[in-house]
Design a protein. Structure first.
Length: 394
Protein backbone atom coordinates (compact mmCIF):
# COMPACT_ATOMS: atom_id res chain seq x y z
CA UNK A 1 0.00 0.00 0.00
CA UNK A 2 2.83 2.39 0.86
CA UNK A 3 4.91 1.61 -2.22
CA UNK A 4 3.28 4.32 -4.33
CA UNK A 5 3.93 6.95 -1.65
CA UNK A 6 7.56 5.84 -1.33
CA UNK A 7 8.01 6.55 -5.03
CA UNK A 8 6.80 10.12 -4.53
CA UNK A 9 8.71 10.81 -1.32
CA UNK A 10 11.94 9.26 -2.67
CA UNK A 11 12.27 12.06 -5.23
CA UNK A 12 14.99 14.38 -3.89
CA UNK A 13 13.43 17.48 -2.35
CA UNK A 14 9.83 16.26 -2.54
CA UNK A 15 9.41 15.88 1.22
CA UNK A 16 10.59 19.41 1.89
CA UNK A 17 8.42 20.75 -0.93
CA UNK A 18 5.25 19.15 0.47
CA UNK A 19 6.07 20.02 4.09
CA UNK A 20 6.74 23.69 3.36
CA UNK A 21 3.63 23.82 1.16
CA UNK A 22 1.60 22.61 4.14
CA UNK A 23 2.99 25.38 6.36
CA UNK A 24 2.60 28.01 3.66
CA UNK A 25 -1.05 27.09 3.11
CA UNK A 26 -2.08 26.95 6.77
CA UNK A 27 -3.40 30.56 6.60
CA UNK A 28 -5.95 29.41 4.00
CA UNK A 29 -7.47 27.10 6.59
CA UNK A 30 -7.31 29.76 9.30
CA UNK A 31 -8.51 32.86 7.47
CA UNK A 32 -12.25 32.26 7.04
CA UNK A 33 -12.97 31.53 10.70
CA UNK A 34 -10.61 34.22 11.97
CA UNK A 35 -12.05 36.93 9.70
CA UNK A 36 -15.61 35.82 10.45
CA UNK A 37 -15.06 36.13 14.21
CA UNK A 38 -13.14 39.41 13.96
CA UNK A 39 -15.78 41.15 11.82
CA UNK A 40 -18.66 39.67 13.85
CA UNK A 41 -17.07 40.84 17.10
CA UNK A 42 -16.50 44.35 15.73
CA UNK A 43 -19.80 44.97 13.93
CA UNK A 44 -22.07 42.60 15.92
CA UNK A 45 -23.50 41.62 12.53
CA UNK A 46 -23.49 38.14 11.04
CA UNK A 47 -24.40 39.68 7.68
CA UNK A 48 -21.24 41.81 7.67
CA UNK A 49 -19.15 38.85 8.84
CA UNK A 50 -20.55 36.61 6.09
CA UNK A 51 -19.98 39.34 3.50
CA UNK A 52 -16.35 39.67 4.62
CA UNK A 53 -15.69 35.93 4.29
CA UNK A 54 -17.49 35.89 0.94
CA UNK A 55 -15.45 38.84 -0.32
CA UNK A 56 -12.25 37.07 0.73
CA UNK A 57 -13.18 33.86 -1.15
CA UNK A 58 -14.54 35.64 -4.23
CA UNK A 59 -11.48 37.88 -4.60
CA UNK A 60 -9.21 34.84 -4.25
CA UNK A 61 -11.09 33.04 -7.05
CA UNK A 62 -11.17 36.05 -9.38
CA UNK A 63 -7.49 36.95 -9.01
CA UNK A 64 -6.06 33.39 -9.01
CA UNK A 65 -5.68 33.02 -12.82
CA UNK A 66 -3.88 36.36 -13.06
CA UNK A 67 -1.52 35.30 -10.28
CA UNK A 68 -0.87 32.00 -12.06
CA UNK A 69 -0.02 33.75 -15.30
CA UNK A 70 2.37 36.07 -13.46
CA UNK A 71 4.10 33.06 -11.85
CA UNK A 72 4.54 31.41 -15.26
CA UNK A 73 5.98 34.60 -16.74
CA UNK A 74 8.08 36.09 -13.92
CA UNK A 75 8.81 33.12 -11.66
CA UNK A 76 7.61 31.92 -8.27
CA UNK A 77 9.80 34.14 -6.10
CA UNK A 78 8.68 37.39 -7.73
CA UNK A 79 4.99 36.61 -7.21
CA UNK A 80 4.68 34.50 -4.06
CA UNK A 81 6.79 36.67 -1.76
CA UNK A 82 5.20 40.06 -2.69
CA UNK A 83 1.67 38.63 -2.39
CA UNK A 84 2.49 37.11 1.02
CA UNK A 85 3.94 40.36 2.31
CA UNK A 86 1.02 42.30 0.83
CA UNK A 87 -1.52 40.03 2.48
CA UNK A 88 0.25 40.35 5.83
CA UNK A 89 0.11 44.15 5.57
CA UNK A 90 -3.60 44.12 4.66
CA UNK A 91 -4.42 41.73 7.51
CA UNK A 92 -2.60 44.03 9.93
CA UNK A 93 -4.59 46.99 8.62
CA UNK A 94 -7.76 44.89 9.05
CA UNK A 95 -6.96 44.34 12.73
CA UNK A 96 -6.15 48.03 13.28
CA UNK A 97 -9.37 49.04 11.54
CA UNK A 98 -11.41 46.60 13.62
CA UNK A 99 -9.91 47.97 16.83
CA UNK A 100 -10.75 51.48 15.64
CA UNK A 101 -14.37 50.30 15.16
CA UNK A 102 -14.35 50.89 11.41
CA UNK A 103 -17.62 50.29 9.61
CA UNK A 104 -18.60 46.93 8.18
CA UNK A 105 -18.07 48.16 4.62
CA UNK A 106 -14.43 49.01 5.32
CA UNK A 107 -13.82 45.58 6.87
CA UNK A 108 -15.47 43.81 3.94
CA UNK A 109 -13.29 45.71 1.44
CA UNK A 110 -10.13 44.93 3.41
CA UNK A 111 -11.12 41.26 3.64
CA UNK A 112 -11.59 41.17 -0.14
CA UNK A 113 -8.18 42.75 -0.67
CA UNK A 114 -6.62 40.15 1.64
CA UNK A 115 -8.27 37.41 -0.43
CA UNK A 116 -6.87 38.89 -3.63
CA UNK A 117 -3.36 38.59 -2.16
CA UNK A 118 -3.46 34.91 -1.14
CA UNK A 119 -0.11 33.47 -2.33
CA UNK A 120 -0.87 30.86 -5.04
CA UNK A 121 1.08 28.07 -3.35
CA UNK A 122 -1.40 25.25 -4.08
CA UNK A 123 -1.47 25.65 -7.89
CA UNK A 124 2.29 26.19 -7.86
CA UNK A 125 2.79 22.84 -6.10
CA UNK A 126 0.53 21.07 -8.60
CA UNK A 127 2.44 22.59 -11.52
CA UNK A 128 5.74 21.55 -9.92
CA UNK A 129 4.54 17.97 -9.42
CA UNK A 130 3.65 17.84 -13.10
CA UNK A 131 7.14 19.10 -13.91
CA UNK A 132 9.24 16.82 -11.69
CA UNK A 133 7.25 13.55 -11.86
CA UNK A 134 7.22 11.96 -15.31
CA UNK A 135 5.51 8.66 -14.44
CA UNK A 136 1.72 9.30 -14.69
CA UNK A 137 0.93 6.79 -11.92
CA UNK A 138 3.43 8.33 -9.51
CA UNK A 139 2.23 11.80 -10.42
CA UNK A 140 -1.37 10.88 -9.63
CA UNK A 141 -0.27 9.49 -6.27
CA UNK A 142 1.47 12.81 -5.65
CA UNK A 143 -1.75 14.65 -6.48
CA UNK A 144 -3.59 12.42 -4.00
CA UNK A 145 -1.00 13.23 -1.34
CA UNK A 146 -1.35 16.92 -2.17
CA UNK A 147 -5.12 16.61 -1.73
CA UNK A 148 -4.57 15.01 1.67
CA UNK A 149 -2.34 17.95 2.62
CA UNK A 150 -5.16 20.30 1.60
CA UNK A 151 -7.52 18.44 3.94
CA UNK A 152 -4.96 18.74 6.76
CA UNK A 153 -4.97 22.49 6.14
CA UNK A 154 -8.77 22.67 6.43
CA UNK A 155 -8.80 20.50 9.58
CA UNK A 156 -5.81 22.07 11.35
CA UNK A 157 -6.44 25.72 10.45
CA UNK A 158 -9.75 26.21 12.30
CA UNK A 159 -8.43 24.27 15.30
CA UNK A 160 -5.40 26.58 15.50
CA UNK A 161 -7.68 29.63 15.34
CA UNK A 162 -9.84 28.22 18.14
CA UNK A 163 -6.81 27.56 20.34
CA UNK A 164 -5.30 31.00 19.71
CA UNK A 165 -8.57 32.82 20.35
CA UNK A 166 -9.12 30.88 23.57
CA UNK A 167 -5.64 31.82 24.80
CA UNK A 168 -5.54 35.40 23.48
CA UNK A 169 -7.96 37.15 21.09
CA UNK A 170 -9.25 37.20 17.52
CA UNK A 171 -6.95 40.12 16.69
CA UNK A 172 -3.92 38.11 17.76
CA UNK A 173 -5.12 35.18 15.65
CA UNK A 174 -5.26 37.41 12.56
CA UNK A 175 -1.79 38.83 13.25
CA UNK A 176 -0.33 35.35 13.74
CA UNK A 177 -2.03 34.32 10.50
CA UNK A 178 -0.14 37.15 8.77
CA UNK A 179 3.16 36.00 10.29
CA UNK A 180 2.57 32.39 9.21
CA UNK A 181 1.68 33.59 5.70
CA UNK A 182 5.01 35.39 5.26
CA UNK A 183 7.12 32.79 7.08
CA UNK A 184 5.50 29.79 5.39
CA UNK A 185 5.76 31.32 1.93
CA UNK A 186 9.43 32.15 2.54
CA UNK A 187 10.11 28.54 3.56
CA UNK A 188 8.30 27.29 0.46
CA UNK A 189 10.16 29.42 -2.09
CA UNK A 190 13.47 28.41 -0.47
CA UNK A 191 12.67 24.74 -1.05
CA UNK A 192 15.12 23.41 -3.71
CA UNK A 193 12.37 22.15 -6.01
CA UNK A 194 10.45 25.45 -5.76
CA UNK A 195 13.39 27.66 -6.71
CA UNK A 196 13.07 29.36 -10.07
CA UNK A 197 15.18 27.99 -12.87
CA UNK A 198 16.04 29.85 -16.02
CA UNK A 199 14.10 28.49 -18.99
CA UNK A 200 13.44 29.69 -22.53
CA UNK A 201 10.14 31.48 -22.94
CA UNK A 202 7.47 29.32 -24.50
CA UNK A 203 5.26 30.81 -27.23
CA UNK A 204 2.31 29.60 -25.14
CA UNK A 205 3.25 32.14 -22.45
CA UNK A 206 1.81 34.80 -24.72
CA UNK A 207 -1.50 32.91 -24.78
CA UNK A 208 -3.79 32.54 -21.79
CA UNK A 209 -4.16 28.98 -20.49
CA UNK A 210 -7.93 29.29 -20.92
CA UNK A 211 -7.43 29.24 -24.70
CA UNK A 212 -7.12 25.45 -24.34
CA UNK A 213 -10.38 23.77 -25.34
CA UNK A 214 -9.41 20.80 -23.16
CA UNK A 215 -9.22 22.99 -20.06
CA UNK A 216 -12.52 24.67 -20.95
CA UNK A 217 -14.18 21.23 -21.09
CA UNK A 218 -13.00 20.47 -17.56
CA UNK A 219 -14.04 23.72 -15.87
CA UNK A 220 -17.79 22.97 -16.05
CA UNK A 221 -17.59 19.67 -14.13
CA UNK A 222 -15.10 21.22 -11.69
CA UNK A 223 -17.39 24.18 -10.92
CA UNK A 224 -20.40 21.87 -10.49
CA UNK A 225 -18.37 19.69 -8.14
CA UNK A 226 -17.72 22.86 -6.14
CA UNK A 227 -21.47 23.59 -6.06
CA UNK A 228 -22.01 20.14 -4.55
CA UNK A 229 -19.34 20.68 -1.92
CA UNK A 230 -20.63 24.13 -1.03
CA UNK A 231 -24.14 22.77 -0.51
CA UNK A 232 -22.85 20.09 1.86
CA UNK A 233 -20.78 22.68 3.72
CA UNK A 234 -24.02 24.53 4.53
CA UNK A 235 -26.14 21.40 4.96
CA UNK A 236 -24.05 19.78 7.71
CA UNK A 237 -24.39 22.66 10.22
CA UNK A 238 -28.09 22.83 9.34
CA UNK A 239 -28.42 19.12 10.10
CA UNK A 240 -26.71 19.62 13.46
CA UNK A 241 -29.04 22.49 14.37
CA UNK A 242 -32.07 20.47 13.27
CA UNK A 243 -30.93 17.65 15.56
CA UNK A 244 -30.64 20.12 18.45
CA UNK A 245 -26.86 20.40 18.77
CA UNK A 246 -25.11 23.55 17.56
CA UNK A 247 -21.73 22.25 18.78
CA UNK A 248 -22.05 19.15 16.57
CA UNK A 249 -21.66 21.35 13.46
CA UNK A 250 -17.90 21.36 13.83
CA UNK A 251 -17.85 17.61 14.46
CA UNK A 252 -19.80 16.84 11.29
CA UNK A 253 -17.59 19.12 9.18
CA UNK A 254 -14.44 17.61 10.70
CA UNK A 255 -15.64 14.08 9.97
CA UNK A 256 -16.44 15.11 6.41
CA UNK A 257 -12.84 16.32 5.97
CA UNK A 258 -11.51 13.23 7.74
CA UNK A 259 -13.41 11.05 5.27
CA UNK A 260 -11.76 12.92 2.42
CA UNK A 261 -8.34 12.41 4.00
CA UNK A 262 -8.92 8.65 4.34
CA UNK A 263 -10.23 8.41 0.79
CA UNK A 264 -7.24 10.32 -0.55
CA UNK A 265 -4.75 8.04 1.21
CA UNK A 266 -6.54 4.97 -0.17
CA UNK A 267 -6.75 6.35 -3.70
CA UNK A 268 -3.11 7.38 -3.84
CA UNK A 269 -1.90 3.99 -2.62
CA UNK A 270 -3.27 2.20 -5.68
CA UNK A 271 -1.95 1.88 -9.21
CA UNK A 272 -4.93 2.40 -11.51
CA UNK A 273 -5.38 0.75 -14.92
CA UNK A 274 -8.53 2.57 -16.04
CA UNK A 275 -8.26 5.78 -18.04
CA UNK A 276 -8.42 9.09 -16.18
CA UNK A 277 -11.63 10.26 -17.86
CA UNK A 278 -13.48 7.01 -17.14
CA UNK A 279 -12.23 7.02 -13.56
CA UNK A 280 -13.28 10.65 -13.10
CA UNK A 281 -16.87 9.87 -14.11
CA UNK A 282 -16.89 6.82 -11.83
CA UNK A 283 -15.67 8.89 -8.89
CA UNK A 284 -18.38 11.50 -9.53
CA UNK A 285 -21.04 8.77 -9.50
CA UNK A 286 -19.58 7.30 -6.31
CA UNK A 287 -19.63 10.76 -4.75
CA UNK A 288 -23.38 10.91 -5.42
CA UNK A 289 -23.92 7.46 -3.92
CA UNK A 290 -21.91 8.34 -0.80
CA UNK A 291 -23.63 11.71 -0.33
CA UNK A 292 -27.19 10.43 -0.81
CA UNK A 293 -27.50 8.89 2.72
CA UNK A 294 -27.22 12.41 4.17
CA UNK A 295 -30.65 13.15 2.65
CA UNK A 296 -32.24 10.74 5.14
CA UNK A 297 -30.04 11.61 8.14
CA UNK A 298 -31.89 13.34 10.99
CA UNK A 299 -29.86 12.55 14.10
CA UNK A 300 -26.31 13.37 15.17
CA UNK A 301 -25.11 9.72 15.20
CA UNK A 302 -26.54 9.16 11.70
CA UNK A 303 -25.08 12.48 10.57
CA UNK A 304 -21.63 11.51 11.86
CA UNK A 305 -21.58 8.23 9.93
CA UNK A 306 -22.99 9.81 6.78
CA UNK A 307 -20.60 12.80 6.95
CA UNK A 308 -17.60 10.50 7.07
CA UNK A 309 -19.01 8.50 4.16
CA UNK A 310 -19.79 11.62 2.10
CA UNK A 311 -16.19 12.81 2.41
CA UNK A 312 -14.55 9.64 1.12
CA UNK A 313 -14.60 10.57 -2.58
CA UNK A 314 -13.55 14.24 -2.27
CA UNK A 315 -9.76 13.85 -2.26
CA UNK A 316 -9.84 11.06 -4.91
CA UNK A 317 -11.94 13.35 -7.11
CA UNK A 318 -9.47 16.20 -6.66
CA UNK A 319 -6.52 13.91 -7.39
CA UNK A 320 -8.06 12.61 -10.62
CA UNK A 321 -9.12 16.16 -11.51
CA UNK A 322 -5.57 17.50 -11.11
CA UNK A 323 -4.18 14.68 -13.26
CA UNK A 324 -6.68 15.51 -16.01
CA UNK A 325 -5.92 19.22 -15.76
CA UNK A 326 -2.20 18.51 -15.89
CA UNK A 327 -2.69 16.85 -19.27
CA UNK A 328 -4.31 19.98 -20.68
CA UNK A 329 -1.54 22.38 -19.59
CA UNK A 330 0.54 23.85 -22.39
CA UNK A 331 4.25 24.47 -21.80
CA UNK A 332 4.72 27.81 -20.09
CA UNK A 333 1.13 28.01 -18.78
CA UNK A 334 1.22 25.28 -16.12
CA UNK A 335 0.60 27.39 -13.03
CA UNK A 336 -2.10 29.48 -14.67
CA UNK A 337 -3.85 26.30 -15.78
CA UNK A 338 -4.11 25.05 -12.21
CA UNK A 339 -5.25 28.46 -10.93
CA UNK A 340 -8.25 28.23 -13.27
CA UNK A 341 -9.17 25.07 -11.38
CA UNK A 342 -8.99 27.04 -8.13
CA UNK A 343 -11.17 29.80 -9.60
CA UNK A 344 -13.81 27.36 -10.90
CA UNK A 345 -13.88 25.30 -7.71
CA UNK A 346 -14.03 28.25 -5.29
CA UNK A 347 -16.70 29.96 -7.39
CA UNK A 348 -18.72 26.75 -7.41
CA UNK A 349 -18.38 26.34 -3.65
CA UNK A 350 -19.51 29.94 -3.09
CA UNK A 351 -22.53 29.42 -5.35
CA UNK A 352 -23.34 26.07 -3.75
CA UNK A 353 -23.17 27.56 -0.26
CA UNK A 354 -25.52 30.38 -1.24
CA UNK A 355 -27.94 28.04 -3.02
CA UNK A 356 -27.76 25.47 -0.22
CA UNK A 357 -28.70 28.07 2.35
CA UNK A 358 -31.54 29.34 0.16
CA UNK A 359 -33.21 25.93 -0.31
CA UNK A 360 -33.24 25.02 3.37
CA UNK A 361 -36.16 27.35 4.07
CA UNK A 362 -38.44 25.73 1.49
CA UNK A 363 -37.03 22.23 1.22
CA UNK A 364 -35.96 21.47 4.76
CA UNK A 365 -32.75 20.04 6.15
CA UNK A 366 -32.40 17.48 3.33
CA UNK A 367 -32.54 20.08 0.54
CA UNK A 368 -28.81 21.01 0.45
CA UNK A 369 -27.85 17.35 0.11
CA UNK A 370 -30.35 16.86 -2.72
CA UNK A 371 -28.85 19.92 -4.40
CA UNK A 372 -25.36 18.48 -3.95
CA UNK A 373 -26.36 15.19 -5.60
CA UNK A 374 -28.03 16.98 -8.51
CA UNK A 375 -25.02 19.25 -9.11
CA UNK A 376 -22.63 16.29 -9.02
CA UNK A 377 -24.90 14.32 -11.36
CA UNK A 378 -24.77 17.21 -13.82
CA UNK A 379 -20.97 17.25 -13.48
CA UNK A 380 -20.89 13.52 -14.31
CA UNK A 381 -23.09 14.17 -17.35
CA UNK A 382 -20.76 16.89 -18.63
CA UNK A 383 -17.79 14.60 -18.01
CA UNK A 384 -19.06 12.05 -20.52
CA UNK A 385 -17.26 13.79 -23.39
CA UNK A 386 -13.96 14.23 -21.59
CA UNK A 387 -12.32 11.02 -22.79
CA UNK A 388 -11.98 12.13 -26.38
CA UNK A 389 -10.82 15.63 -25.43
CA UNK A 390 -8.27 15.12 -22.64
CA UNK A 391 -7.24 11.47 -22.85
CA UNK A 392 -4.03 12.27 -24.65
CA UNK A 393 -1.27 14.19 -22.81
CA UNK A 394 -0.89 17.82 -23.86
Amino acid sequence: MLNQYRKVLSVPGSRRLLATALVGRLPQGMSSLAILLLVRGTTHSYAAAGAAVGAYALACAVVAPLQGRLVDRFGRLRVLVPTAVGQAVVLTVLVVSARAHAGGGVLVVLSGLAGALVPPIAPTVRALLREILHDPDVRETAYALESVIQELVWITGPLLVAVIITATSTSVAILLLAVVCVGGTALFVRSPLARDRAAPESPHQRTAALASGQLQALLGPIALTGVGLGAIEVGLPSLALHAGSRSASGVLLALWSAGSLVGGLWYGSRSWRSSLAVRYRALLLLAIAFTAPLIAARSIPAGMVCSLLAGLMIAPLFSCQYALVGRTARPGTETETFTWVTAALVSGIAGGSAAGGAVIGSGGVAAPFVLSCLATALAATLAVGLRSRVEQPA
